[in-house]
Structures are given as structure tokens and as C-alpha cells.
Design a binder for this molecule. Structure first.
Ligand code: PRP
Ligand code: MN
Ligand code: MG
Length: 181
């Protein structure tokens, strides 16, 4: 673990802060979707940890489906080209869809996903994102449930990767520049 810690400039959001925030968002979502046919759509792979903790905090039926898209690859910059690596298993027709994301950075991934979802006949579509970088927005995403607004530094942990590493950290941390420069 010592070698991993050396790659981190600082801890930005702790596991405790994340869990507390997701509990808070889950209470709001449970209120907003009471009596509705909710489906959670997680965006692989970054949203895995958020989905796991958020879904368990929800006191209601919340089927999960998953979509795998990727635009970053082994880079700290979005390529802007979003690729579907795995599509949904279920039909969204008539469902109230809540897209679960780890982070909104440039907004390109979600803007592409939202457009893609519009043709699938969902009753409603909203977004939950644990993190958002307001200053990095190239497209502004209408995100109803936001955990934390953060600075533009490249962050890893709690699902977020750099070249597939660091996803398994419990906290969200700023990646030390020496790792990618
Ligand atoms: C990351 C992150 C979001 C997206 C946000 O995914 O998990 O999905 O980028 O960036 P954007 O707002 O600039 O589009 P990535 O493409 O790295 O795939 P991953 O989830 O498998 O890591
Ligand atoms: Mn992602
Ligand atoms: Mg990534």
C-alpha cells in the first residue's frame, strides 16, 4: 500500500464523507421516486463503487442495469469519442431512469449518454453523480443529484481510475502529477 500512497498528492473526499453524502442523496431519491418504477443505470466501470453504496442506502426497489462506455482510455484527457462496450440488458420503456455516475468532468460522456437514452422511451431520466468539476465543463449537464463539486485536478479512487489503477482506493484522492507527466 505504501507505493500507492506515494502516487497521491492528497485525499480530497474520504470514505466517511462519501457514505454520508450517498445516504443523504438516497433519502432524497427515495422521496422523489416513491411509488415510481425506478431503474438505476450504472456507467461502468467508474460508477461501480457509487452504485454499490448508493443502492444499498436506498430503502426501495431499485433494479440495476449497466452500460459500459469509455472515452478516457489510458489518458487524463477525454478523447471526446464515446464508445459503447456493453449496452443495457433491459428495456427502459416506461421506466424512471436514474443514471449513476462517479464523476462529471467535461460532461461529454453524460451528454452523449443522455442523447442516446432519449430514444429509448423512458418515462423520465435524471442523473446522480458523486463528483462534478464545474470548471472543466465543456457541456453543462443537468444533474439533479450531485455529491461534491471539486476542483479540476485529476482525481482517482472509489471507482475512478488512471489507466485502470486506483479504482480500489476507499477515498477520492488527487493523483500526484509525477504519475502521469
Ligand atoms: C470517466 C468517468 C466518467 C467520465 C467523466 O469514465 O468514470 O464516466 O470519464 O468524464 P467526462 O465528463 O469528461 O466525459 P472513463 O471514460 O474513464 O471510463 P471508466 O468509467 O471505465 O473509467
Ligand atoms: Mn466512467
Ligand atoms: Mg476512466
Amino acid at each position: 500500500a505504501a507505493d500507492i500512497q506515494q502516487d497521491l498528492a492528497k485525499i480530497l473526499v474520504t470514505e466517511e464523507q462519501i457514505i454520508a453524502k450517498l445516504d443523504e442523496l438516497a433519502a432524497r431519491v427515495a422521496d422523489d421516486y416513491a411509488g415510481k418504477d425506478l431503474v438505476l443505470v450504472g456507467v461502468l466501470k467508474g460508477a461501480v463503487m457509487v452504485m454499490a453504496d448508493f443502492a444499498r442506502a436506498l430503502p426501495m426497489h431499485a433494479p440495476m442495469d449497466w452500460m459500459a462506455v469509455s472515452s478516457y482510455g489510458a489518458s487524463t484527457k477525454s478523447s471526446g469519442v464515446v464508445q459503447i462496450r456493453k449496452d443495457l440488458d433491459t428495456d427502459l420503456h416506461g421506466k424512471h431512469v436514474l443514471i449513476v455516475e462517479d464523476i462529471i468532468d467535461s460532461g461529454l460522456t453524460l451528454s452523449w449518454l443522455l442523447e442516446n437514452f432519449e430514444s429509448r422511451g423512458a418515462e423520465s431520466i435524471e442523473v446522480l453523480a458523486l463528483l462534478r468539476k464545474p470548471e472543466a465543463a465543456k457541456v453543462v449537464i443537468d444533474c439533479k443529484y450531485v455529491g461534491f463539486d471539486i476542483p479540476t485536478d485529476f482525481v482517482v479512487g472509489y471507482g475512478l481510475d488512471y489507466a485502470e489503477r486506483y479504482r480500489n482506493l476507499r477515498d477520492v484522492a488527487v493523483l500526484a502529477p509525477h504519475v502521469y507527466s
